[in-house]
Design a protein around this ligand. Structure first.
Ligand SMILES: Nc1ncnc2c1ncn2[C@@H]1O[C@H](COP(=O)(O)OP(=O)(O)O)[C@@H](O)[C@H]1O
Ligand SMILES: [Mg+2]
Length: 225
């Protein structure tokens, strides 16, 4: 099992006159290797919150998250960041590339952080797979939105993570660019049998996944096919 959510709950606590927000309570989910799962749901239902918990970027109020059998909840901050760097790939709607690094350097950064000796070789292979080898020395501001997102996807995959998390990866692109990106994205994910949890409100994108779930009123519902 690659991912297990066990009675996962998240409430943003109240502070300074701000009311507490209970986003969800008691979510369960099991994901096997190579499964691709879409999480659909209206804006504000808690999709990004769910991904940030699984990414270990925020902690749940209660419940547990297991990635490759290891509990994120029981790791200290240091162990968690090292575990995340090696096992979890994340793609955001806003590409979050490093502006002062070239396309190739952005892709190899996660490998440099874990002192991978084959950083350059692995990054070159991926930049080729996303069709941007001739743009390897360009900086993010010299690339289009679609190209930046391809770089961000390569950066997430270069560590060969156990799981790839994507939060509306086409949300910031025009429709045509988004469709082209989705095509490349799924080609890559399927060719390496990557386990994917994809947050989207794009039905067409969701249908590329082997399972579709909807987050609604704090519950993960299986969509009937
Ligand atoms: N840091 C925060 N503090 C308090 N409430 C938050 C915080 N982040 C998100 N929320 C609230 O949690 C709910 C879920 O937000 P989010 O996970 O961003 O939804 P989605 O990604 O599905 O649009 C929303 O009601 C939002 O206002
Ligand atoms: Mg969101």
């Amino acid at each position: 099992m690659i991912l297990k959510l066990d009675r996962l709950s998240k409430t943003y606590p109240s502070s300074d006159g701000i009311k507490a927000v209970e986003v969800f309570s008691s979510l369960d989910l099991d994901l096997e290797k190579g499964e691709t799962v879409a999480v659909l749901g209206r804006s504000g239902c808690g999709k990004s919150t769910l991904l940030s918990l699984i990414a270990g970027l925020d902690s749940p109020t209660s419940g547990d998250i297991l990635v490759s059998g290891e509990s994120l909840v029981h790791m200290n901050e240091r162990k968690l960041s090292s575990f995340r760097a090696r096992n979890i790939g994340i793609v955001f709607q806003q590409f979050h590339l490093m502006p002062h690094l070239t396309a190739l350097e952005n892709i190899s950064l996660p490998l440099e952080l874990v002192h991978d000796r084959d950083a350059r070789k692995k990054s070159l292979k991926l930049i080729e797979a996303i069709g941007l080898i001739d743009r390897q020395n360009h900086f993010p501001h010299q690339l289009s939105g679609g190209e930046c997102q391809r770089i961000a996807i390569a950066r997430a995959l270069v560590i060969e993570p156990a799981i790839l998390l994507a939060d509306e990866p086409t949300g910031n692109l025009d429709e045509k660019t988004g469709d082209q990106l989705a095509l490349l994205f799924f080609e890559l994910v399927k060719s390496i049998n990557m386990t994917l949890l994809l947050v989207t409100h794009n039905q067409a994108l969701a249908e590329q996944c082997s399972r579709q779930l909807t987050l609604k009123n704090g519950e993960l519902l299986n969509d009937l096919v």
